[in-house]
Design a protein around this ligand. Sequence first.
Ligand code: ZN
Ligand code: ZN
Length: 557
Amino acid sequence: MGISRRTTIWTLIALAIGVLFLWSATPAAPVRLDASGWDDLAARTVAGAYHIHTTRSDGHGDRTSVAAAAAQAGLKFIILTDHGDGTRPPDPPAYINGVLVLDGVEISTDSGHYVALDMPRAPYPLGGAGESVVEDVRRLGGFGIAAHPDSPKPTLRWTSAARPDGVEWLNLDSEWRDETRRQLLRAGAAYLMRRAPGLALILDRPTTLDARWPALLATGRAVALAAADAHGGVGRREEDPGRSLAGSVGIPSYEASFRALGNRVILDKPLAGDAVADARAVYAAIRKGSLFAAIDALAGPALLDFTVEAGYHREAMGATVPEDTDATLLVRAVAPAGSEISIVRNGRVLTTTRAPELRYVVTGGSGAFRVEILAPGGPGLPPVPWLVSNPIYFGEPLENAKRPVGTEAQVASTTPIPPFPWSIEKDPSSSATLRTGEHEASLEYKLGAGERNNQFVALATDLPAESVSAIDLSLAGDRPLRVSVQLRNPAGGRWGRSYYVDPAGSALHIPLASLVPIGAPPGTVADARSLLLVIDITNAQPGRSGVLRVRSSALLR
Ligand SMILES: [Zn+2]
Ligand SMILES: [Zn+2]
């Protein structure tokens, strides 16, 4: 009796402590902002969520339920980014539950994840080196975004030196990974009391804001987005095959992710209700950088009017004005009381105000100027900004300064060595036939079908003992494909690089110094005695057949 009574008392005390803990953990509700008088801009400012997984990959909800959650959260568009290789044709834009649903893809590369938006179906699986995927997405007309560059998981972090079109300055899914257990427990309790504000407690100021993004902006345009990376739970994911507890109960929910933070595109006119035309407008705004991100769990709805006045011209966020222009930057925002508005250039704060408006005179401007707003009570140390704009640029960006090497033929300075008797190398399951004509060699290949098991077909030839500095190749395919050009030394060490080959023909100039080690090769590239043109399952499905033509080839000393 005594024991059961004592147990009851202890249970009650434990319950009371639990209730107190939850009560004390309750985060503040989002501040409601007054947007009266902003009718025109408010109508053209369209809220949406970017980076969402559905049951098509490792998310918990199908696209109809995800669209319903977005409608609940007051969003007008969502961009789905299920894991894939780009070969699934994207679903056409559609309005579902009143929400414009756009279909992108998150591609796994050797250098991390890369999201492609507004891209038609790829002719072969996209993957392999990050630079190859960046190049493919660009050639196909897509818009590429380096995903979760701050991820604490090295395999997820974007590490390629290739230049993306955009970058995720914030990724909600990465943020919980760097929290301590204690912080997570607190956020978990807070989530139970108020979902989106509880979720926002895990946010900090991401390092991308002060490192990677400014580095990209120093050499050209780069659009930044806030990524929900919503899965409708944290389980069932490619990233974490083992995790399932919180995910199985749907924490965090899609709706909570959508209410925590989002992007707002600023359009020329409000959405019209025509899915195709509206999709074009939303993608155009993203490509231009006419968008900002805001932590809605702190305050909303956010509105930002960021423009530049140069002479009689006035242009909005995303615009480029000539370098050396004398101009005035104007910032107006619907922001919580006590917010600090700053203008930032190259990772440096130029000016800050607590007034609702900011004017900043730029003399002989160059580079990218952007806006950050810090609201009171923002979570994190240092706190996450409440609002992050995209830049206004002064000067034509040096975009694509780092062109992929070897895509253009150059005139050889010395007499080339004409190759080569080609031969075939392949795995046992694949087949190939080589026809050598007077002017070209033609390889008919068929990769082994079935499971992925390192199927490959290669054209091989010997390299002369004398030193070679570069290789010129003129290749063509019966369809778009990728060929890995590799050198191999007698110890089996290989160095290589992947090249796109067009049906119309591609001229490749390949300096040996541009080839990168494959794995940890023994010996040195200087000892290489074989040249290989490899077609493998990095960028071709098992069972794939086709023709690769070598129209000309030369070794340059
Ligand atoms: Zn990812
Ligand atoms: Zn993802």
